[in-house]
Design a protein around this ligand. Structure first.
Ligand code: SF4
Length: 261
């Protein structure tokens, strides 16, 4: 009996450790310009499993749309990478998901103000249709949560419609597999004007972990004009709601050049 209790205690402790969420599990990495020594830069490029870091012509960069949120960079090189916690945001310009540091001056490069939202989409209600263009199901399940009592997208006037002919907005998930490209184009063509496109999740923005595959196009903007990009792997429902609010011109963009400004 004592032995059994002892074993249960050990098992309970092991489970507690397994289920403990590590502190780096949420948020986005944030470069620290002053800590980007050559050793740290080389280490970051090597340690990142998704190729999110790059260096070109005196600029070191981090593409948040390539990040899968593993936290290895922040754990391995805390002097060079910090963390932006619980960030649920979207952007209207792909460039705003990339942090670029000028290595000579040790500062972030500023890509300038983001483009304003399209006034014709500033509607009191938005009906959207979703197309999964090769998504793993993760981002689709986050979109499905928009209608639950907690997120309650109806309070903002957002609703799902069954046909693209009734839609104002097309939400696209997945890296756009070659097999889905035509269907995606035809869905977009079936929508009435004015219409917007939201790329939801890192796969839809840049291909995610499938980016190098020959079977995918590597992002919605290879096929359609994208109005809003919602980063995350997968993005939380709050980020998707922020993307729709941004599209409708009801919030201002917070992330510019990959940094909250
Ligand atoms: S947290 Fe993102 S940027 Fe950092 S190592 Fe992981 S995938 Fe790469």
């Amino acid at each position: 009996m004592i032995l059994r209790t002892f074993r249960m205690g050990v098992l309970a402790r092991a489970l507690e450790e397994i289920l403990q969420v590590p502190p780096h599990a949420f948020g986005y990495p944030l470069l620290k310009p002053q800590g980007l020594s050559q050793e740290a830069r080389e280490g970051l490029v090597k340690v990142c499993p998704s190729g999110a870091f790059f260096e070109e012509e005196g600029v070191f960069g981090l593409d948040l749309a390539r990040c899968v949120g593993c936290g290895r960079c922040a754990l391995g090189y805390p002097e060079a990478v910090g963390e932006m916690k619980t960030l649920e945001v979207a952007v209207t310009r792909r460039e705003d998901l990339i942090q670029r540091v000028d290595l000579e001056r040790g500062v972030f490069l500023d890509p300038g103000p983001p483009p304003p939202p399209r006034p014709e989409l500033a509607l009191p209600t938005l009906a959207f249709r979703e197309v999964s263009a090769g998504d793993t199901g993760l981002t689709d399940s986050e979109i499905a949560l928009l209608g639950n009592p907690f997120n309650d997208m109806g309070r903002f006037g957002f609703q799902v419609v069954a046909s693209p002919r009734h839609g104002d907005v097309l939400l696209v998930t997945g890296p756009v597999s070659r097999n889905m490209a035509k269907a995606l184009e035809r869905t977009y063509q079936a929508m009435p004007e004015p219409k917007g496109v939201v790329a939801v999740g890192n796969e839809a923005i840049a291909g995610g972990v499938f980016a190098e595959s020959r079977e995918v196009l590597g992002g919605v903007d290879k096929v359609l004009p994208v109005d809003v990009y919602v980063p995350g792997d997968p993005p939380r429902p709050g980020a998707i709601l922020h993307g729709l609010l941004l599209l409708a011109g009801r919030v201002v963009q917070r992330l510019v050049g990959g940094v909250v400004r």
